[in-house]
Design a binder for this molecule. Structure first.
Ligand SMILES: NC(=O)c1ccc[n+]([C@@H]2O[C@H](COP(=O)([O-])OP(=O)(O)OC[C@H]3O[C@@H](n4cnc5c(N)ncnc54)[C@H](OP(=O)(O)O)[C@@H]3O)[C@@H](O)[C@H]2O)c1
Length: 322
């Protein structure tokens, strides 16, 4: 089977399509014939050598995919050869076949084309686990999501708005701000020329912040929190080390949380996938959350797909068809 690997750190052209042996499922595993995968920022970091796969994960890139069940290992119930599914992966999605712990398979939401479903597992699992399971966002609360026009952002805006939160977001161009408003944001702040702390504070402060910037926004995010606000950091696009004003956090009785989905144990990922099927897929099926796919590439065009993400000009998700 053909699969994309990053044998040496570098730019998009360092990616290589390798010929690897067909996959066989072990106990509790399923092999999918992959129809599509999607590009995540973690994949570009892995390509550059900054984010190696966790122990035991495939060297093949790709944190999510959709496809049909090719073979089923011992002890797997509920899945049969030929079933359509999408999957949350620790790696291996940019390939014609992928090995998946059965708990990380999800049914394809009704009405979503099988290939498009590849764009959902990572954003749905990340947003649901962080914003709702960990930060416990409630209807009527103010939710600030940074990077509202990105893959995570476009999903988070729609999910939070559908569940009754007030959504504020940041974006880098007027076009992207407009997209965020169209998706349900009450306010889209241009992070290049507006002060999000001021805008959010004037609205009462953020009960929950979903942050992709890390160090650069730690101080401003804490200042933007409401009393008992929860800041969840999921990205480090603005660096990894910063000072925390504990007095400011203490005065607000605030919480700062940071999580990584990829390294969580299989059982935790399975629990998140069940919660996504139960709580998020109905919103997708009702049209309240639309999968946002901006561009599609073939496996042979994987370098162009990565170049598009590196340029940062995309909105929503970038699909890779196998
Ligand atoms: N921890 C986890 O488990 C986990 C899981 C999934 C994703 N992530 C992380 O979540 C982040 C978003 O992922 P993604 O797939 O949505 O990537 P993406 O589609 O590339 O989006 C990146 C976003 O960053 C925004 N951005 C850039 N500079 C900014 C700034 N100064 N202020 C505010 N926003 C800024 C961009 O906004 P514009 O395009 O408007 O400039 C864009 O929306 C990444 O850092 C990724 O690594 C973490």
């Amino acid at each position: 089977m053909r699969a994309v690997i990053a044998p040496s750190p570098g730019g998009p052209d360092s990616l290589v399509i390798a010929d690897l042996p067909d996959l066989e499922p072990g106990p509790g595993e399923v092999v999918l014939d992959v129809v599509a995968s999607a590009v995540n920022r973690a994949d570009t970091l892995q390509r550059m050598g900054f984010y190696p796969p966790p122990p035991g994960a495939s060297d093949v890139l790709g944190l999510e995919c959709s496809g049909t069940v090719r073979s089923v290992g011992a002890d797997v119930t509920g899945w049969s050869v030929g079933d359509e599914a999408c999957a949350l992966l620790a790696g291996g999605g940019y390939a014609e076949q992928v090995l998946v712990p059965a708990g990380q398979l999800m049914r394809v939401p009704a009405g979503v084309p099988l290939a498009t479903a590849a764009a959902l597992p990572e954003v749905a699992s990340t947003v649901w686990s962080n914003v709702f399971m960990i930060a416990n966002l409630q209807p009527g609360e103010l939710f600030l999501v940074h990077g509202g026009a990105g893959g995570i952002g476009t999903f988070a805006i729609q999910a939070a708005a559908a569940l009754g939160a007030r959504v504020f977001t940041t974006a880098g161009t007027p076009e992207k701000q407009q997209l965020c408003l169209d998706l349900g944001a009450e306010r889209a702040i241009n992070y290049r020329d507006e002060d999000f702390v001021q805008v959010v504070s004037e609205a009462g402060g953020a009960d929950v912040v979903l942050d992709n910037m890390g160090a650069k926004y730690l101080g401003p995010n804490v200042r933007a929190l409401a009393t008992e606000g929860r800041l969840v950091i999921i990205g480090m696009q603005g660096g990894i080390k910063a000072e925390l004003d504990i007095a400011a956090l203490l005065g607000k009785r605030g919480a700062v949380i940071a999580t990584s989905l990829r390294s969580r144990p299989v059982a935790e990922k399975a629990a998140i996938c069940r919660a996504v099927e139960e709580h998020v897929w109905p919103l997708v099926e009702a049209g309240r959350i639309k999968p946002m796919v901006q561009a599609e590439f073939s496996l042979d065009e994987v370098a162009a797909a990565h170049a598009l993400m590196d340029a940062g000009e995309h909105s929503g998700k970038i699909l890779l068809r196998t």
